[in-house]
Design a protein around this ligand. Structure first.
Ligand code: ADP
Ligand code: GLC
Length: 532
């Protein structure tokens, strides 16, 4: 299949969290499975360019609303058997940041959505599947279903993946005019929300198929507790919604080959892990002790991650337990402050690094004994899988992908567990889980080692997930075929068969709004065409 991935992030070029990792790994493995994959993503000012970048020869003309257009450059870069096309448009993407978090973000990414489609058309690279990732790509399904529905790219199956339902992308309604979209999109069972546009919500109505990044999260987001106000839309589309767990890119995250850690190791020989632990303690400025449990945290400091629960229980735990904590993260200034203060109060027990540091993230995964992830919600989570791969026991709240990947340790079922789970998003529940970890470490040392080995032996590779995506893609292509009338030539005669063909789209379409409608913005496109 010819697969077009549209993403605001792709590691190692641009990454704020797991989305960049997930899209990069998915792309590599799709290419490995023989598909022709192109990722289109913005060339932010912070993306490092090198000699592998080849300029697409012509400027790409991006057709906007009201007959206006802009031109951008595209750079093609080979990427593990696939190709990345970077959209260079400095007016919006010249600054280093991925998300400006200013109101102009909606215009930046609206432009990106249109530029991606126009580039496919102009370069004559027509995909079978358009795979959109998160809200920044949320206008693509609408563009393909409305103003551009006559173009070849619009025949592709449209798959929309929710990596995080919390961020839905609220936009002013002026975006409709900016892109020359029909005002019909501005209605409650479409993109309209609170007087503006909700890019994620609309995309959920328009995509042919919807996926999210774990089966448990696919269930959770259909409930008011986890649905961030649009659980109703997801229940409406539940027939087309599937949860597919992310995998690990073992090329980047494997204790056997990792070059960012001081020693490599495997499940049969932990001597390398002991070296990693000692080096981590040294670098973190903690006493080097191999008989004290070391708890690691690598995280965005955001409400999603539940680290306020950790901040609540640490003062008590650090004051009485023999343990060490190494935390790397940034985000909420209040949490940054609390954790830094704790490190100041307990310099022998806690080390805090505020910021983003990939090497230290690898060091923590490899050197820690436990990894703490008390997430309030977690669509998939990659860190708990990295932890298990590195023989570091994850302590996780039972939510989303954490449920689907971590098997709780239970002394009554030896040889099965891979981590420690707790249920309530409550400090006492987390305290219980950390105390259980201390108990496992100190009182059941051989069981601790076997839980560690269990996790390391699990297979979190992408291959299985790629097969599930392939099935979704095939279904999307099939469904989308039904949404278009067959080509005029194929109509045999005036009578019955023609009538049948006319009926077919409505029957085959999964939801009313997933069917393309007639373009309402013809003036924009014709005006632009005339100029050509
Ligand atoms: P999310 O995407 O919600 O942040 P994930 O667990 O899916 O959570 O992915 C987080 C990714 O971001 C991991 O690769 C993790 O190592 C990385 N990461 C998060 N914070 C930092 C940081 N401060 N420094 C380095 N890497 C980080
Ligand atoms: C999001 C989610 C995280 C997931 C990642 C990759 O950032 O918060 O749980 O692992 O996307 O899919």
């Amino acid at each position: 299949m010819k697969i077009l991935m549209l993403s605001p992030e792709i590691a190692p070029f641009s990454k704020t969290g797991g989305l960049g990792d997930a899209v990069a790994a998915m792309t590599k493995y799709m290419a490995k499975h023989g598909h022709e994959v192109r990722v289109i993503t913005p060339a932010y000012g912070s993306v490092k360019r090198d000699s592998t970048w080849k300029a697409y020869p012509d400027p790409v003309r991006v057709e906007l609303g009201l007959g206006m257009f802009s031109e951008c450059a595209v750079w093609n870069v080979p990427f593990h058997g696939a190709e990345i096309s970077f959209i260079e448009y400095n007016h919006f993407f010249g600054a280093p940041e991925i998300y400006s978090k200013r109101p102009d973000d909606s215009y930046r990414f609206a432009f990106f959505c249109k530029a991606a489609i126009d580039f496919c058309e102009q370069s004559n690279w027509i995909p079978d599947i358009v795979h959109c990732h998160d809200w920044t790509t949320g206008l693509v399904p609408a563009i393909l279903n409305t103003r551009d529905n006559w173009r070849r790219t619009a025949r592709a199956g449209i798959v929309f993946t929710i990596h995080n339902l919390q961020h839905q992308g609220y936009a002013p309604r002026g975006i409709i005019e900016y892109l020359g979209l029909p005002w019909g999109l501005f209605s409650p069972d479409n993109y309209e929300s609170l007087g503006g546009l909700n890019m994620m919500k609309g995309a959920l109505y328009h995509a042919t198929k919807i996926t999210t990044v774990s089966p448990t999260y696919a269930f959770e987001i259909q409930t008011p507790q986890y649905g961030f106000g649009i659980d109703g839309v997801l229940r409406h589309r539940s027939r087309d919604l599937v949860g597919i767990i992310n995998g690990i890119d073992y090329g980047e995250w494997s204790p056997l080959i990792d070059k960012l850690v001081p020693a490599n190791f495997n499940a049969d020989d932990f001597s390398g892990k002991n070296i990693c632990k000692a080096e981590l303690q040294r670098q973190a400025g903690l006493p080097v002790k191999d008989n004290v449990p070391l708890f690691g945290v690598v995280s965005r400091l955001a409400d999603q991650k539940g680290l306020d629960l950790l901040a609540s229980v640490l003062p008590d735990l650090l004051s009485r337990a023999s343990m060490q904590v190494v935390l790397l993260g940034s985000g909420d200034p209040m949490l940054e402050h609390i954790f830094s203060n704790l490190a100041g109060m307990y310099p022998e027990k806690m080390s805090v690094t505020i910021g983003y540091n990939n090497k230290l993230a690898h060091m923590i995964e490899a050197g820690a004994d436990f990894f703490v992830m008390p997430s309030r919600f977690e669509p998939c989570g990659l860190n708990q899988m990295y932890s298990m791969a590195y023989g570091t026991l994850p302590i996780v709240r039972t939510t989303g992908g954490l449920v689907d990947t971590v098997i709780p340790w239970d002394p009554r079922m030896p040889g099965q567990g891979t981590g420690i789970n707790f249920h309530d998003a409550d400090p006492n529940a987390l305290r219980w889980a950390i105390e259980r970890a201390l108990q496992l470490y100190y009182d059941y040392p051989s069981e601790y080692l076997s839980v560690r080995a269990n996790g390391m032996r699990k297979d979190f590779s992408w291959d299985r997930s790629v097969e599930q995506y392939e099935k979704v893609y095939r279904d999307a292509i099939e469904t989308r075929k039904g949404a278009f009338p067959p080509p005029a030539k194929a109509k045999p005669a005036k009578n019955k068969p023609a009538a049948k063909a006319k009926d077919a789209p409505a029957k085959a379409a999964p939801a009313k709004s997933a069917v393309p409608v007639k373009p309402a913005a013809k003036s924009g496109t014709t005006a632009a065409k005339k100029k050509k």
